[in-house]
Design a protein around this ligand. Structure first.
Ligand code: NAD
Length: 483
């Protein structure tokens, strides 16, 4: 039996106009835990992008005009396929990017079908048109599909981030051209396989891969009506400039440097259990990571000891092992970046209290030990720049107001956490934090609530009804007389 296009043993492919095509140019996908070649990803050409966008454009009129119930049915069928393949998809992503399998099962296995089902239901509940009385008669307010969507994603949560764009876009009636990262080019094809199995009309979903040049070409393509981008703030600014010039709507989910505010009444055991994920999830390669720990002076030493012990206790190793908490960085380049920041920390006068090197037991792959620096000043580069690895900083504060000011003294504003035994007090602190999301004594995304950032963390929101609204444009039809 021939292997599926997403299988590492298949030749590099992309999906355009309802067909899988063999790519002329390929880029190897390396296994993060070993550095060995896993398979080949497609690196598409400009003319492949033209074809994919043209296919999406020809699919647009029928897909946009199709009844919401029809689109919901196909989304549900895609959810069924994704769910039936959840285990193999989770394992594939773990091999590509080093995400611990226990996390991958949720983020890459369970989450995408959940999201497809959520938007399938939502699209049948929100009316396309509503009538509002006006001063001269009444107005029909219509929600129309915005058009062809270019979706560009990074490698860190490839299935979840793709689903956060594909599901609401398809539900809204928008065809999509998805561009995955070269590091995770294989798993993106699972969506194409699900589209075929679920009977999605050709051209409604197209999946290409390649590097920065491919992304730039797609984002600026004249056949694209909207861009949905997730990635670094640096690239996000470039994408925003291009979209600004083209007057093209764009959603930007960018970087973060979020604070974990530990209040003086926090239960430290419970807080440390929560920080295991809030501050180290996905080997630190997570945009909403609570990587800046703010600790009250009254409990500072106790907290430094607890966070250092937490880092030392994390299970580092094979990401396919169910008990592994910290796997490798996605690539040697990413590990160099993280080690570079550890070097900056060592030179800055901050106090290294855990980790700080490559674990000796992991000679292969791109591992970094969970690392903690205490006595970090909020103006230090370590506290200001996104490291995107398992590196935490601890900064001292005196009062709740100072903790809030430190949390807000950042270029970014994506997330944050507050840790306290008094939920109301913690919620008041959360209200004062200038960011798109905040978790109290935990951090879990909610499919039904908007997710996104302020300041350099991005523009617009994904998830919830707001995530659907991003793919619909509004039209007002003014009519005289009564409705
Ligand atoms: P990146 O910005 O280097 O790349 C992201 C994607 O953009 C890739 O597919 C890449 O090929 C493409 N790209 C690069 N240059 C481009 C250009 N000029 N035009 C169009 N596309 C281009 O980011 P990365 O290193 O892959 O991912 C890590 C970053 O993503 C981190 O900063 C992280 O915080 C951020 N991120 C944000 C969220 C969020 O929801 N806010 C979620 C996950 C990751």
């Amino acid at each position: 039996m021939p292997s599926s296009p997403s299988s590492p043993s298949s030749p590099a492919q992309f999906f355009s106009g309802g067909r899988f095509r063999i790519a002329d140019d390929v880029e190897p996908v390396l296994e993060a835990a070993t550095g060995a070649r896993l398979g080949d990803g497609a690196c598409v050409t400009e003319s492949d992008i033209d074809d994919a966008v043209a296919a999406a454009r020809s699919a647009l009129p029928d897909w946009r005009a199709s009844p919401p119930e029809h689109r919901a049915g196909i989304l549900t069928a895609m959810a069924d396929v994704l769910q039936s393949r959840a285990q193999s998809t989770s394992e594939l992503v773990t091999r590509e990017n080093g995400m611990p399998i226990s996390l991958s099962r949720g983020a890459n296995g369970a989450f995408p079908p959940l999201l497809f089902r959520y938007y399938a239901q939502l699209i049948t509940e929100i009316p396309v048109e509503e009538i509002r009385p006006s001063f001269t008669g009444h107005t029909i307010v219509r929600r129309e599909a915005v058009g062809v969507v270019a979706a560009v994603i990074p490698w860190n949560y490839p299935q979840a981030l793709a689903a956060m764009k594909i599901a609401p876009a398809l539900a809204a009636g928008c065809p999509v051209v998805l561009k995955s990262s070269p590091e995770t080019a294989l798993d993106a094809l699972v969506f194409a396989e699900a589209a075929v199995d679920a009977g999605l009309p050709p051209g409604v979903l197209n999946v290409v891969s390649g590097g920065a040049g491919v992304g730039a070409c797609l984002v600026a393509h004249p056949g694209v009506d909207k861009v949905a981008f997730t990635g670094s703030t640096e690239t996000g600014r470039v994408v925003a400039e291009v979209c600004g010039r083209l007057m093209r709507p764009v959603t930007l989910e960018l970087g973060g440097k979020s604070a974990a505010i530990i209040l003086d009444d926090a239960d430290l055991d419970a807080t440390m259990r929560g920080l295991r994920t809030a501050s180290f999830v996905n080997n630190g390669q997570t945009c909403h990571l609570s990587s800046r720990i703010l600790a009250p002076r009254s409990r500072y030493d106790e907290i430094v000891d607890a966070v250092a012990a937490l880092a030392e206790s994390m299970t580092v190793g094979d990401p396919l092992h169910p008990l592994t908490e910290i796997g490798p960085m996605v690539s040697s380049r990413q590990r160099e970046r993280v080690l570079g920041y550890i070097g900056i920390g060592r030179d800055s006068g901050a106090r290294l209290v855990a980790g700080g090197s490559v674990p000796r037991e992991q000679p292969r792959g791109w591992f970094v030990s969970p690392t903690v620096f205490a006595d970090v000043d909020n103006s230090d580069r370590l506290a200001r720049e996104e490291i995107f690895g398992p590196v935490l900083t601890i900064t001292r504060y005196e009062t709740d107001d100072e903790a809030i000011a430190l949390a807000n003294d950042s270029e970014f504003g994506l997330a944050g956490t507050v840790w306290s035994t008094d939920t109301d007090r913690a919620t008041d602190v959360a209200r004062a934090v200038h960011s798109g999301t905040v978790g109290i004594n935990d951090y879990q995304l909610d499919v039904r609530a908007p997710f996104g950032g302020v300041k350099a963390s991005g523009l617009g929101r994904e998830l919830g009804p707001e995530g659907l609204a991003a793919y619909r444009t509004l039209k007002s039809i003014y009519r005289t007389g009564p409705a």
